[in-house]
Each structure stands twice: as C-alpha cells, then as structure tokens.
Design a protein around this ligand. Structure first.
Ligand code: SAM
Ligand code: SF4
Length: 331
C-alpha cells in the first residue's frame, strides 16, 4: 500500500501521455509561456508501462490516461491495448476533450474502459469555441453520442466559470435529465491559464444556482468496492443522469485524496498544489539495469511525503501559476 503520513493511501494514478493539445482552453493553457516538451523527453510507452507495473504492484488499482489530449499522441490506441493486456485487473479510464475521440470508441469499449471523462464546458457552439479556441462543439457532441451508443460510462467535466457557465446551466441539467451521464462542475484551479478572481465561481454558488432550477437528491459517493472520486454526486428526480460538484480549489477533500500523477516527461507528482516532482525518467533512462525495487522505493518514499494541498494553498506555498500548467499535468 502506498501510505502517507496523513493516513491516506494512493490507489489511483493519472498518466499523462502528452502535454500537447489541439485545444487552447482559456483556463488551462498559457500559449505565450509554453514550450512543448521535445519528443526525446517524452516517456516511451514501454517506460510508462514499467512505471504502471511498479505502481500496480504497490497498490494502484486504477489508471486514467490523460494529456494534453491523449489522442494527439501517435499510437495511443496501441498503448491502451498494451495497458489492458499487461494489467487485466486494472480499472482503466480515459480523459479527453472529445474532438479526436470518435474513431477510438470501439476500442475503448473492447478494452472495458470503465469511464470516459469528456471535457465539455458549453453546449453553445460559439461559447464553446470562445473557451477552447476551436469550433469543435459538433464533433465533441457527436463523440458524446457515440460513447453512449457504445454503452460506455461518460462523465462530462465542465470547469465552472463565473459569467460563462451560468448561461449553460439549463443545458447541463437537460443533459443530466435526458442522458445517462454524470455532469460534474469543477471549480477553477489557479494552475493553468486564465484563472483570475473574476472567473472564479465558488462551487457552493454553482450548486445553489443548479438547485434553484432542479431538486438534487444526494447519492452515495461511490459504489462499494469502487475507488472514490472527488465529486459530490446527486441524482435528479426522473433524470437518467446525475450532477456532481468538485470543490477543487475551495474545499479540497485533501484528506481523502487517493491520486498520483505521472507527467509525460516522467515526473511523479503527488499533489497538484505542490511543485515537488520525483524525476522517474532519470531512473528509467540513465541507470540501466536498475531493478524495479529501487524505483518502487522512490514511489513509496514519494507517497509517504505526500502533502495536504489545502495547507500549501492556504500558506501560499503552492507553485506559481503556470509552472507546469494543467495541459502538462494531466488535470
Ligand atoms: N485534454 C483532456 C481534457 O480536456 O479532457 C485531458 C487533459 S485536461 C488538463 C484534464 C482536465 O483538467 C479537464 O477536465 C479540464 O477541464 C481540467 N482543467 C484544466 N485546467 C483547469 C483549471 N485551471 N481548473 C480546473 N480544471 C482544469
Ligand atoms: Fe487541452 Fe484539456 Fe487543457 Fe483544454 S483542458 S487545453 S482540451 S488539455
């Protein structure tokens, strides 16, 4: 078990396979400050699989493949196949902006992917284009339909932006009423691009705005045996789907955090709000013959020192915005 000093155990690993993305979401990226990683620095798939193997042996039960946009990376499908083949027991999930997803849906289904998180901040085409920098709403909505048709579990992630998301609430509620999806509003985190105070919409206010439109029925956080997530979920009367709220910046639920992150250049991050990184790439590449146990020891040590992000944020010790923006962190 990957235990830490706060009594938590890490069970969930988010693997970013690329920092590149075809979108420019305003809250995520900082185009003027970004330098994409060179191909040589990106972990090879075989290297990622080795880290996953070590993590699984140490107690990780769920891996989410993310990015950047994961399907921007060549042969992401082949990587997913290898992941499934080598770790048949693993809960496997994917996060995507949906724009390139459609041709991959049959494979995701065949591999038994447990859920696809689809980032969708607006149903309105113009607003979608304004937020993401790409006029791709029709493609993303088609991917959503395709996922549901394939019987895959879908979670729609919407970053709550004051003065932006407000206008979309009716559409989000309609989606949760009419489709078997989890619509989750995520509080804006001060880590990516445009994250100014004027845009920050506290999740309590988002929830109040939703509740002024529809009655929310609390549901248990996660089914028995499942690895719990950060969202507070609610059902809707006669609704097919659910609505959830993720207090990512104001009330972290850090005490329940169970996740680790592997960046595409092989850095292990144990907390979104700590800049501390463990450079696994160096161990993988520059120490030939290094046994897995040595890497496992680094992993265990890193987990033991896993901080409480909320303490770092409150004390001002969190890394400066943009040090490693969200597209490079994997969300
Ligand atoms: N490109 C994929 C996507 O958008 O789904 C995967 C990577 S993206 C970095 C993962 C998640 O991070 C997305 O759901 C996105 O909305 C979220 N995200 C990015 N920047 C954020 C921020 N500043 N605050 C909160 N969530 C953010
Ligand atoms: Fe790309 Fe996802 Fe960031 Fe949007 S949120 S820019 S889709 S990585």
């Amino acid at each position: 078990m990957l235990l830490d000093r706060h009594g938590r155990s890490a069970r969930y690993l988010r693997v970013s396979v690329t920092d590149r993305c075809n979108f420019q979401c305003s809250y995520c990226r900082q185009p003027d400050r970004e330098r994409p990683l060179s191909h040589e620095r990106i972990l090879r798939y075989e290297e990622i699989l080795r880290v996953v193997g070590i993590a699984v042996a140490a107690g990780i039960g769920k891996v989410r493949v993310t990015g950047g946009e994961p399907f921007m990376r060549k042969d992401c499908d082949a990587f997913l196949v290898m992941l499934r083949k080598r770790f048949p027991e693993l809960t496997l999930a994917v996060t995507s902006n949906g724009s390139l997803l459609a041709p991959h849906i049959p494979l995701l289904r065949a591999l038994g992917v447990s859920s696809v998180n689809l980032s969708l901040d607006a149903f309105d085409r113009e607003l979608f284009a304004r937020i993401t920098g790409r006029d791709e709403a029709p493609k993303v909505l088609a991917a959503l339909e395709g996922l549901l048709r394939a019987g895959l579990r879908v979670k729609i992630n919407a970053v709550a932006l004051r003065g932006v998301t407000d206008s979309q609430l009716d559409d989000f509620i309609h989606a949760a009423m009419t489709m078997p999806v989890d619509v989750r509003f995520i509080e804006l985190m001060p880590l990516g691009g445009q994250t100014g105070e004027e845009l920050f919409w506290p999740i309590g206010e988002v929830r109040a705005a939703v509740e002024s439109r529809v009655r929310l029925i609390p549901v248990p956080e996660a089914p028995a045996g499942a690895i719990p997530g950060p969202a507070r979920m609610f059902a809707l009367k006669k609704g097919q789907g659910r609505i959830g709220f993720i207090a990512a910046a104001s009330d972290h639920a850090c005490g329940r955090c169970n996740r680790l992150r592997l960046t595409s250049d092989g850095a292990l991050r144990t907390c979104l709000f700590s800049g501390r990184e463990y450079r696994l790439a160096g161990l993988l590449r520059h120490k030939p013959g290094l046994p897995d146990e040595r890497i496992a020891r680094v992993l265990n040590r890193a987990c033991l020192d896993r901080p409480l992000g909320e303490t770092l944020l409150k004390s001002g010790a969190a890394p400066p915005r943009g040090k490693r923006p969200m597209n490079a962190l994997g969300g």
